[in-house]
Design a protein around this ligand. Structure first.
Ligand code: FAD
Ligand code: PYC
Length: 414
């Protein structure tokens, strides 16, 4: 991999930028691999990278049915944070945030991490009570979280209307939380994995599995049969459909989650603000656009577009909270298919089939988990034993009942 550096940038500029090489190899599939990863989103690519780098397993293919990063990993609103409720979740997501903090250097690509803080608003005494408990729970797990008074919030977020239909009584902030450029994360992992020998195979859809003696042997794809000692499913909203081809029923519901951006304006908002009551959140992108999102559309769907009622509700809530934003023109709206579990926590680890692993159930919040998801899944695949940080997130919890109900901390409603 040619390292990106200031000198290299200057040299390319002098040559009229004609010397850039593709950042990763667009590989042709071979007849077989030690590990096949299905899904070229952030999780699949990060898993490939850590398999190659940390576990020394380089005979790996990432099979992507379209182009890498065009699923949810390229459609999210880029929020990173580790302010979950239960200790297992805080430990996992803070591991991810710490990896994000060093990711630009690790991948030699600027992932534009901006730790501008993630602020949750409390609109009633009930909200205040629950959010204080949540804020304390995060602190008791050893992660930063800070209670803010109304006045502190007023100073931090000048355009926020604290006295409107949804009065703001207080809130809590994770100052290490923020925004990170989603495409750069995908491209960075793809480039680094490819340089370590991983084959990234695009336009290659997995359509079935081949098993022998209870063990996975190969995957059937739109480009033929590809052998594999181990296979990982990292396909987000398609997880239940793909797992069904392997005879596994997943407790996943797929829904559309949408987001939108306004025209760019000068800097007015330097914090990511989220309101669980009205199910809406906003941040300002580096380009100046106001990025707006809310909860998932309230019905199962595989359509990669959102419905008008949800869009209308989210915009209505945002202009109540930020009246000046009502003057902005909306530029774009889009949606992704999100994979939602009953307890709003991910599913990571082994499956009942020898050699078949799973990474899914990220719902509305798996972008922030990409580094830790890849890191812990690589360990799990290499050793056959779940990494300690993901032991509680196994598929078997839906049989044992040991659920980790992160519904309230999942960021947006679903
Ligand atoms: P994806 O990126 O979706 O990748 C899965 C890939 O699998 C896709 O590229 C797909 O084409 C491929 N695939 C599917 N089936 C097959 C097959 N049969 N064969 C081969 N390939 C296949 N999370 C946050 O943490 N913060 C946020 O602010 C945030 N905001 C969001 C906003 C929106 C609008 C959306 C939609 C999601 C948001 N998320 C957020 C969630 C986050 O984007 C996802 O949880 C995360 O990107 C999932 O990554 P992934 O790699 O598992 O899935
Ligand atoms: O998981 O933090 C999150 C999130 C914010 C917006 C969408 N998901």
């Amino acid at each position: 991999m040619r390292r990106y550096s200031f000198l290299h940038l200057a040299w390319q500029a002098l040559r009229g930028n004609r010397g850039w090489r593709p950042a990763w190899r667009n590989a042709e599939p071979t007849s077989g691999y030690e590990v096949v990863i299905i899904g070229g989103g952030g999780h699949g690519l990060a898993t490939a990278y850590y398999l190659a780098k940390n576990q020394g397993i380089r005979n790996v293919a990432v099979l992507e049915r379209g182009a890498i990063g065009l699923g949810n990993s390229g459609r999210n609103t880029q929020v990173v944070r580790s302010n979950y409720f239960y200790p297992q979740s805080v430990a996992f997501f803070d591991h991810s945030l710490k990896l994000y903090e060093g990711l630009g250097r690790e991948l030699n690509l600027n992932v534009m991490l901006s730790q501008r803080g993630v602020l949750n608003l409390a609109h009633s005494e009930h909200d205040m009570e629950l959010q204080r408990r949540w804020c304390n729970a995060i602190r008791m797990s050893g992660v930063d979280s800070e209670w803010l008074t109304r006045d502190a919030i007023r100073a931090l977020v000048p355009p926020l209307n604290l006295d409107g239909r949804f009065p703001v009584l207080g809130g809590f902030i994770q100052r290490r939380g923020g925004i990170c450029r989603h495409d750069a994360v995908v491209w960075g992992y793809a480039r680094a994995a490819s340089s370590l020998g991983v084959d990234i195979v695009q336009s290659c859809e997995v359509t079935g599995f081949k098993f022998a003696n209870g063990k996975v042997r190969a995957v059937a794809t739109s480009r033929g049969i590809i052998g594999a000692d181990k296979v990982v499913m990292s396909v987000a909203g398609y997880s239940s459909e793909l797992a069904r081809l392997a005879g596994i029923e997943l407790p996943i519901t797929t829904m559309a989650l949408q987001a939108m951006v306004t025209e760019p304006v000068r800097p007015v908002l330097n914090t990511m603000v989220i309101s669980g009551l009205v199910h809406a959140y906003v941040s300002q992108s580096d380009r100046g656009e106001i990025v707006i999102g809310g909860g998932a559309d309230a019905y199962p769907s595989y359509a990669q577009r959102g419905g008008l009622p949800q869009m209308r509700d989210v915009v209505r809530a945002v202009v109540e909270l930020f009246p000046s934003f009502s003057r902005l023109k909306m530029l774009r709206q889009w949606a992704g298919r999100v994979d939602i579990t009953p307890d709003t926590s991910p599913i990571m680890g082994v499956t009942p089939i020898d050699g078949l692993f799973i990474n899914c159930g990220w719902g509305t919040g798996g972008f922030k988990a990409i580094p830790a998801g890849g890191h812990t899944m690589a360990h799990t695949i290499a050793t056959g034993t779940p990494h300690p940080l993901i032991e509680s997130f196994g598929l078997d919890r839906f049989r044992t009942g040991a659920l980790i109900d992160e519904g309230a901390a999942a960021g947006v409603a679903h």
